[in-house]
Write a protein that binds this ligand. Structure first.
Ligand code: GBH
Length: 494
């Protein structure tokens, strides 16, 4: 592995925050313990045959519900500044609403206190896809506006308990992804009768309302920390300079990032292309709702893993837009990772893990992506890359020493990505923080445990952890280019 290239103009500004991330359902396990209620993901993985690789479930995962002290100690020892984790809604409210489970609240209190004891800042996400099952069956989960009130009550409880100790809040993780899990598989959950193709957009609508209300609540409660919405998506590059590829690329932005970023950062309402589509079935936001949603995110918190080329469908964008049975409708944009031409072709970057075919190492495009985000959504509080990472197949990993595993592809991903961020910062992009995904190998949803995103290796038989070389690569970026010191923390030392 070549050493990091040095450039004297590269500096992370003082106050830049950085850390590692996880999500409750992917790491906790203990799904039946201490009063936890089931979430839709327990049903998806237990009952829907073939939904995940080898029908793997979240029952044990990384057992972090019990091993959190070790996990926090291990990141503190490398000087990590913040641990970003999510709270399981159905632990706190086993039925999503109503009765509160104090045992779960005491658990997260201890996770937060353990972080603080180790000098690690806790960053907390309220919702990372693990919807309380009861709410799905009561009213269709995110498909119903009833969820807004329940989400706000959940936020009120959590903000009230931990508000004085958490300085960074994220409301919802990647609605583009979880809204697109609707429609859920037939026969396992309450059917709301909403036409399948409309369901992601009903979900998105209620997510924006729930997020906005939770944000306003947090501010009215006087929370000290930032509260942000977490979006996701790759950099979208027109495949050719044809005007139709440009149109297709714009539609891809609008139906992905723009769907949530434009309401939250620019207008309180959807991009025009999305509005044109949803106006046939969704209620329009009222003026009051638009005002509530607009400006409801302190930081542009974006999970940016990769990039794609975009192109018009063969029949052209216009023909697709006017034909609702076109397979690419309503986006009307096609994507690819390779550019083939008579004079030779090139790829956007390598994919490494057959279980994550969507993920290519496209770090060359990161500075342009950061400029695009800043220029397009103009976030006043800057941009944070709240997830980035790479899945490296097990075969590529080599145990170097007892506690170190080498992962050359992921190591170069982190090195190049951090350099790309430094380039963008030196060019004037306001990047304020990064969170590496993920603290440990974990349950990669439908891809199961074979897809390893951790910067620590996990032996899922013994639950032992080992640092991967990429973890040191990530930390090293802040040692080399940070203005704030990176110091290991151990409990009992100051
Ligand atoms: C994040 O999503 C999640 O927040 C996190 O929980 C997850 O572990 C992490 O990424 C790594 O995947 O294979 O064509 O069906 C990132 C966005 C959206 C990327 C869904 C994978 C599936 C594409 N993800 N996408 S496909």
């Amino acid at each position: 592995i070549p050493a990091m290239v040095s450039n004297s103009s590269w500096k992370f500004p003082s106050g830049f925050w950085w850390g590692v991330a996880s999500a409750a359902f992917q790491v906790e396990g203990a799904v039946k313990d201490e009063g936890r209620g089931p979430s839709i993901w327990d049903v998806l993985l237990h009952r829907v045959t073939g939904f995940s690789t080898a029908n793997q479930t979240g029952d044990i995962a990384d057992n972090q519900y019990y091993l959190y002290k070790q996990d926090i100690a291990r990141i503190a020892a490398l000087g990590v500044q913040t641990y970003s984790f999510s709270i399981s809604w159905s632990r706190v409210f086993p039925f999503g609403r109503g009765a509160v489970n104090e045992e779960a609240l005491a658990h997260y209190q201890d996770v937060i206190d353990t972080c603080l004891e180790y000098g690690v800042e806790p960053s907390v996400t309220l919702y990372h896809w693990d919807l309380p099952l009861y709410l799905q069956n009561l009213y269709g989960g995110w498909l119903s506006e009833e969820i807004v009130g329940d989400f706000v009550e959940y936020a009120r409880l959590v903000f009230g308990r931990y508000g004085d100790k958490v300085n960074r809040w994220f409301t919802v993780n990647e609605p583009i992804v979880f809204c697109n899990t609707y429609p859920l598989p037939d026969g396992y959950f309450r059917d709301t009768g909403i036409p399948k193709k409309q369901q992601p957009f009903w979900c998105g609508h209620n997510v924006l309302l729930a997020h906005g209300e939770a944000y306003r609540l947090g501010k009215s409660m006087g929370l000290n920390g930032t509260i942000s919405f977490k979006t996701n998506g790759g950099y979208k590059i027109p495949l050719t300079n044809s005007s139709d590829d440009a149109l297709a690329t714009q539609r891809a932005w609008d139906f992905n990032e723009g769907w949530f970023a434009e309401p939250t950062f620019l207008t309180g309402d959807y991009p025009q292309n999305v509005k044109d589509y949803v106006s046939g079935f969704l209620p329009a936001f009222t003026e009051e709702q638009k005002t509530m949603i607009n400006g409801s995110s302190d930081v542009f918190a974006h999970d940016a893993y990769t990039s794609q080329f975009y192109m018009a469908p063969d029949s052209g964008v216009a023909a697709c837009v006017s034909n609702s049975s076109h397979p690419l409708y309503p986006t009307c944009a096609n994507s690819t990772y390779t550019y083939a031409s008579s004079s030779g072709g090139w790829a956007i970057g390598a994919a490494a893990d057959p279980l994550s075919p969507w993920l290519h190492k496209a770090t060359d495009w990161v500075p342009a992506f950061l400029h695009y985000m800043q220029d397009t959504w103009k976030p006043a509080g800057g941009i944070a890359i709240t997830e980035f990472g790479f899945a490296e197949p097990f075969e590529a990993l080599k145990v170097l020493k007892q506690d170190i595993v080498t992962d050359p592809i992921r190591s170069s991903y982190y090195r190049e990505y951090m350099q790309a961020i430094l380039i963008a910062i030196s060019e004037g992009v306001d990047v304020v923080g990064t969170l590496a995904w993920s603290i440990v190998d974990n349950l990669e949803w439908q891809a199961g445990y074979q897809s390893r995103f951790g910067i620590q290796y996990v032996n899922f038989t013994t639950q032992e952890r080992a640092y991967k070389a990429s973890f040191f690569e990530y930390v090293n970026a802040f040692k080399l280019y940070g203005t704030d010191p990176v110091v290991p923390h151990y409990v009992g030392e100051s």
